[in-house]
Design a protein around this ligand. Structure first.
Ligand code: C2E
Ligand code: CA
Ligand code: CA
Ligand code: CA
Length: 277
């Protein structure tokens, strides 16, 4: 037993050591990663439940590192948030989304709204609205093709400030989405106090996909409808889930069933092949 334990400890400490190493690497290399293009944006299709047509896409950051290879978002996003460096990434993501839309317009191809993730910390580090406005202006984009996703946990702190920010966004014609709805502890309060355009139902509810979780999803969709908020289900992987979501009137769907996050050009091909447009 003693031997087993010390072996387990070794594996554990090796894992921890690596994690700490990546952590400090991320902190000291974020500028370089952004400047040298190690950060790539992947786009995941969002599909209209009724028609199966492309309704938009979500921008998700990837870090392809020359030393560490592929880093997952959970290896760098939380670190950047804790170290108050997340704005460096998110400024870049917003700019890239704007450029991507501009390239699409220049190629005379139709565009769909792109949504991006904003962290709680971003509101302390940057003027998110000004950043978006600048990108829209520079790329001469139509309004509301860049959309903001805020996670529920982001509401917990500085709630007054975030509440004002959300109203400012919407006052300026931008849609604001509540991300990961149901994953936190304050779901209903958040809906009562903040004004969102759309609610993304956390994928945990679909993971189980049993009688109880189906009832919860159904109630969430009904409740959202009653207060005039659109719904999107995340993490949809099966046809059965699509059928269910259609039957309860959930408006949009995102998940591996329609496509994983992928580079923009790949997504264009993917959408054509799968007739998503
Ligand atoms: P999120 O905003 O909830 O994004 C959805 C996550 O679910 C993505 O993970 C996506 O790849 C994954 N996903 C989508 N469909 C499915 C599915 O059908 N099944 C399963 N199992 N997973 C699915 P990803 O890309 O690893 O991102 C993780 C989180 O990191 C995101 O969660 C978001 O909170 C954060 N993040 C990603 N990119 C950025 C960014 O540029 N800025 C900020 N601030 N946060 C980001
Ligand atoms: Ca999101
Ligand atoms: Ca989410
Ligand atoms: Ca999430």
């Amino acid at each position: 037993i003693k031997k087993e334990r010390s072996r387990a400890y070794c594996i554990f400490s090796e894992h921890l050591r690596q994690e700490l190493e990546i952590r400090s690497y991320v902190i000291s290399h974020i500028d370089e990663a952004v400047e040298n293009g190690y950060i790539e944006i992947y786009y995941q299709p969002v599909v209209r439940t009724l028609t199966g047509k492309l309704a938009g896409m979500e921008a998700l950051a990837r870090w392809r590192d020359p030393v560490y290879g592929f880093l997952r978002p959970d290896q760098f996003i939380p670190v950047l948030e804790e170290e108050r460096l997340i704005d460096k990434l998110d400024r870049y993501v917003i700019r890239e989304c704007g450029r991507q839309l501009r390239r699409q317009i220049d190629a005379h191809r139709p565009i769909v709204p792109i949504s991006f993730n904003v962290s709680r910390m971003d509101f302390q580090l940057m003027d998110v609205l000004s950043e978006i406005e600048a990108v829209v202006r520079e790329n001469e984009l139509p309004r509301d093709y860049l959309r903001i996703e805020i996670t529920e946990t982001a509401m917990v702190q500085d709630s007054d400030k975030i509440l004002k920010m959300i109203d400012r966004f919407r006052g300026n014609g931008y849609s604001v989405w509540l991300d990961d709805f149901g994953s936190g502890y304050s779901s209903l309060n958040v809906l009562k106090d903040y004004h969102f355009d759309e609610l993304k139902i956390d994928m945990e509810f679909l993971r189980a996909f049993n009688d109880t979780s189906r009832k919860i999803i159904t109630s969430v969709v009904m409740m959202a409808k009653a207060i005039g908020i659109h719904t999107l289900a995340e993490g949809v992987e099966t046809r059965e889930q699509v059928r269910f979501l259609r039957s309860i009137g959930c408006e949009k769907i995102q998940g591996y069933h329609y496509g994983r996050p992928m580079p923009y050009d790949e997504l264009l091909v993917h959408c054509q092949e799968r007739h998503l447009r």
